[in-house]
Design a protein around this ligand. Structure first.
Ligand code: SF4
Length: 441
């Protein structure tokens, strides 16, 4: 259960001694609530309070981690109902389904199509992370043959769907267990016996929530907690209500049986709207049965937007960037380190006939006007940044183009950079190609 600062405060000794490096117990309680301190920092907490706080410190939704070359990727570990309360932690993973009934040619072609879905947006690569191989042939040898083909892709997480115990016994020998999820099995306990030592997550399917909690409880009784929840909701209304109910039970009520990640399967009809509902409301994995690039891109974009930290603007590292192959005569354009600004400006420079130097000022991830009004993009700050940037060694002119919206800083900037000419660029990035054509001869 997530405790508020005041609820935590009531558990503290109220000595206000400051030994936890915070002057008062109330301030310490607030830090604990914000998860930026640990209860052990107070030497006077009672055992009983420690137990409650310890339980409250672990996330109410279990975290499951997979190998996702070259790193790892996790699901679960969420702590809030709404993104704006803090942030959502681990983004929904997308799985594309492939059937083992395709002949080898078709199968390879479909696998290639799945692997080709990859997009770059504001500096991040967006792609589905998982492949769900569904057993429709009921032929063990055929399924394992197709699994071997998929496992040659060393990056994606593989979901084994609809498999018998016999298939699972062999499948775990083919694929690294840290890249596997078991989905839809008939004999739950039998399968858990096979995967117990390997800690492979298993999806518990049920037709309704009562059945789901019964099955989760069975798993917990045999001490298996690498669990993912899935209910066969009949429509999107049920899906939304069910997912919200599960999240609320886990986070607000501390109901342990609901404290696991959720998997949603999207069928042909309403597939897009189910995926949107799942991303917005708490599905940790979504299996898509039908997909095209035009279908996937908006889903991946939505996911990227939902799972950014609202407290941290998307930003890129400040510094000098080359757009094209600029030389010592190329223009120098200055802007802020808000990712979207960077990508729009660099895109428009690419659209012009001029390669250019792009100097990105650290404006704490704010866009140009916001940064200027917050005093993060003043003449003094931009001037100091340019002086220390080393750009003077790369260009033989002393001209800097600033965004038209902050023309007002040009005088101060010229005072900061004696010998430089400050040119006022266009207000809109879309006008950069035309502007460069006119002024940069
Ligand atoms: Fe309060 Fe404990 Fe911090 Fe002392 S060390 S101020 S008792 S929380």
């Amino acid at each position: 259960m997530v405790l508020t600062g005041l609820e935590i405060f009531k558990l503290l000794p109220n000595k206000n001694c400051g030994e936890c490096d915070v002057p008062t117990c109330l301030a310490f309680a607030m830090k604990l609530a914000g998860k930026i301190a640990i209860p052990q920092a107070c030497p006077y907490i009672s055992d009983e309070a420690m137990e409650i706080l310890g339980a409250a410190q672990s996330p109410p939704i279990k975290k499951l981690t997979f190998k996702y070359s070259p790193d790892e990727i996790s699901i679960g570990a969420e702590t809030v109902m709404f993104r704006h309360e803090k942030t959502f932690v681990n983004q929904t993973l997308l799985a594309l389904e492939i059937s083992d009934t395709l002949n080898e040619n078709e199968f390879n072609k479909e696998l290639k199509r799945i692997e080709s879905y990859k997009y770059e947006r504001v500096g991040e690569i967006l792609e589905p992370e998982c492949i769900s191989l569904i057993n429709k042939s009921n032929n063990k040898d055929n399924y394992l043959k197709k699994l071997k083909i998929i496992s040659s892709n060393k990056k994606k997480i593989i979901i084994l769907s609809n498999c018998s115990t016999e298939i699972i016994k062999e499948a775990v020998k083919i694929v690294d267990e840290k890249r596997l999820i078991i989905n839809r099995v008939d004999k739950l306990e039998e399968v858990i016996n096979i995967i117990k030592e390997l800690h492979i997550p298993i999806v518990i399917h049920a037709e309704n929530l009562d059945e789901l909690f019964d099955k989760v409880s069975q798993c917990e009784n045999i001490e298996y907690k690498n669990i993912i929840l899935s209910v066969d909701f009949k429509n999107n209304n049920e899906l939304l209500r069910g997912n919200v109910f599960l999240r609320r039970l886990a986070i607000k009520k501390g109901f342990k049986l609901a404290g696991y990640p959720i998997l949603t399967e999207c069928y042909d009809e309403g597939c897009l709207s189910s995926a949107i509902a799942g991303i917005c409301k708490y599905s940790s994995i979504i299996i898509l049965k039908k997909f095209t690039g035009a279908f996937l891109f908006p889903i991946l974009t939505l996911r990227q937007n939902i799972y950014t930290d609202p407290q941290k603007p998307l930003q890129i590292d400040p510094g000098i960037y080359k757009v094209g192959e600029p030389d010592e005569n190329s223009p120098l354009i200055v802007t802020t380190n808000f990712s979207l600004t960077y990508f729009i400006v660099s895109g428009e420079i690419e659209n012009s006939i001029y390669p250019a130097w792009l100097y990105i000022v650290d404006a704490e991830g704010m866009s140009v006007l916001t940064a200027w009004s917050a005093n993060k993009f003043s003449g003094e700050i931009v001037g100091r940044a340019l002086r220390n940037s080393g750009i003077e060694e790369r260009i033989n002119h002393r001209k800097a183009i600033i965004p038209g919206y902050v023309a007002v800083i040009s005088g101060e900037l010229e005072d900061e950079l004696p010998g430089w000419e400050i040119l006022i660029g266009p207000q809109e990035a879309a006008d950069i190609p035309k502007y460069l054509k006119e002024i940069w001869k």
